[in-house]
Design a protein. Sequence first.
Length: 305
Amino acid sequence: MSEHLEKDFEIKKLTTFKIGGKIKEVYFPQNIDELYEVLHLKAQNELKVFGNLSNTLVSSDGYNGSIILTTKMDNIELSGTRVVADAGVKGPKLSQFVAGKGLSGLEFMIGFPGSVGGEVCMNASANGQAISDTLVCATCYSPQKGIIKLTKDELEFDYRTSRCQKEDLIVLQAEFELSPKPIDKIKSQMEDNLAFRKAHQPNLTLPNCGSIFKNPQGDSAGRLLDSIGAKQMSFGGVKVWENHANFIVNNNNGTSFDVLSLMYKMYTAVKKEYNIELEPEIRFLGGNNEKENEICQILYQKTQK
Ligand code: EPU
């Protein structure tokens, strides 16, 4: 297993935000058995599991603990209209794979930089489709029960959340039931989704982390933020993207403190104007910087991630 462990790993090169300091230990298991082995090396609360860090801000001051990245667990198996994907399979790869087999249901994943595990955990959605629409069951690791298989109902999906977030379950594998459809129709839907994404979201040449805040019930975080002038806001090396107010782009070697400070500015302005407390959609990994910890106490008071 030791060959899959990196020490004092510079995480910046792997995060889509291009931000993040050194992480004391990063494990890269290649399959479920290896992941299980790693999880038993330490007490559960000493290990955090991440997909490919497309939805995570890592502190520029690093993280003193151990994490597991599922990026190398990327097996896909197909049987009829059922597909089973490991947690580390990237959204676009899975979307392309099933499209090529004439199976519909995962067209929305084409524009997602994230991996299947994270997408199940947060019930990723876009363009009118959500992961919970086609998911049948997921194999998860429970700190209390070990490896368990949960059905869609047991996963308690809701907007951008699932039971995994409440109970710290780690998604290892997900099984989907898809519908046969002509390949050209699936591909054309995927092209539309990509075109939508290109028009509405910054691509990764402008390092970013996707939507920063969740949409509050019945409203849009982007619309609220836009209305209070967020598109003019910046802090240090980061700024709000000029075409959508719920994105932050790292345009000038920004740090995690810059991102959190800008998030705090955005949060405070919306709270003042509308008395709505936006909840971050992105996760944060850090702990070494007092000022960052203070901001996180406020931003993550409802969703301790
Ligand atoms: N709007 C503004 N100003 C802005 C941004 C948006 O007025 O600066 C308005 C739009 O005009 C629209 C409404 O707000 O009327 C909603 O905006 P949009 O259609 O862009 O969708 P969204 O709610 O901001 C959600 C997801 C995206 C997903 C898209 C497409 C959340 C937090 N975001 O965005 O997910 O791709 O719908 O389905 O639910 C992600 O999570 O990383 C992500 C990109």
